[in-house]
Design a protein. Structure first.
Length: 249
């Protein structure tokens, strides 16, 4: 049985080396890991991890809305250079976060630029969206062909918009704490589901880092909520990940 962790910050773990974390994940069948950046300082680290495990780690380069105000001039050109250098790389994570910063303008400008890059290079886009449903209205029609709302734990109404525009919902352990859990997990189309740990964050135990090796545990719990047999659910979601990541298999 194979799995893809479509969102993990391997460079951010404190309790173990990233190389050990990746090897433990591989032992559990997690053979694809999307290593996601949040700020420009992450890009070199993410690239280095990809080069250590080129068959298993897929890099994602982006500017998270929390770090937009810290970005130095010319970040867009440097991000584009990363995408040219790494043809399998995704764009992200990027997006909008109304809870963190109530000013849409700087976040929106950075989000728009990263949407443009994803479209220009034909790359999947990883979206962080928190309490920003109204802000999102102007972006639905310009999103790239492939995009995912990561660590989805929002309403079924937002999920319906994501699905209507051809997007994916990435689920971490956080969905199991959401009051929308049952409704969302039963409503998401089977070919639009992706799994992620968002490690080291968003784990099932508060204050404890979550590793990609625990992804099969998450898959089993989601299959149970959906009332599905685990092997079939896991196979469908793994195939979704390959399609999302543009990996032919």
């Amino acid at each position: 049985m194979q799995f893809s962790d479509t969102h993990v910050h391997l460079q951010d773990f404190k309790t173990r080396f990233a190389t050990d974390i990746v090897r433990a994940a591989l032992e559990k069948g997690v053979d694809k890991l999307v290593c996601v950046s949040a700020a420009e300082k992450d890009w070199e680290k993410v690239a280095g991890l990809h080069e250590l495990f080129p068959r298993n780690i897929i890099p994602a380069f982006g500017l998270h809305p929390w770090y937009v105000r810290e970005a130095s001039a010319g970040w867009e050109e440097r991000l584009e250079a990363c995408l040219r250098k790494y043809p399998r790389a995704l764009v992200g994570e990027t997006g909008l976060d109304r809870l963190h910063d109530g000013d849409e303008e700087p976040q929106g400008a950075a989000f728009s630029r990263q949407i443009d890059l994803a479209r220009a290079y034909g790359r999947p886009l990883i979206i962080h969206a928190v309490r920003a449903q109204d802000w999102l209205e102007k972006y639905w029609k310009i999103l790239p062909e492939k995009f995912v709302f990561h660590s989805f734990a929002a309403s079924a109404e937002l999920l319906a918009k994501v699905a209507a525009h051809g997007g994916y919902a990435g689920f971490s352990f956080s969905i199991l704490r959401s009051r929308h859990k049952e409704r969302v997990l039963k409503a998401v189309p089977p070919d639009r589901i992706l799994l992620e740990t968002d490690g080291p964050y968003q784990g099932p135990e508060k204050g404890r880092e979550v590793e990609p090796s625990r992804l099969p545990e998450l898959a089993r719990e989601l299959a149970e909520v959906r009332g599905l047999e685990f092997p079939g659910f896991a196979a469908r979601v793994y195939q979704n990940s390959l399609e999302f990541l543009n990996i032919g298999k």
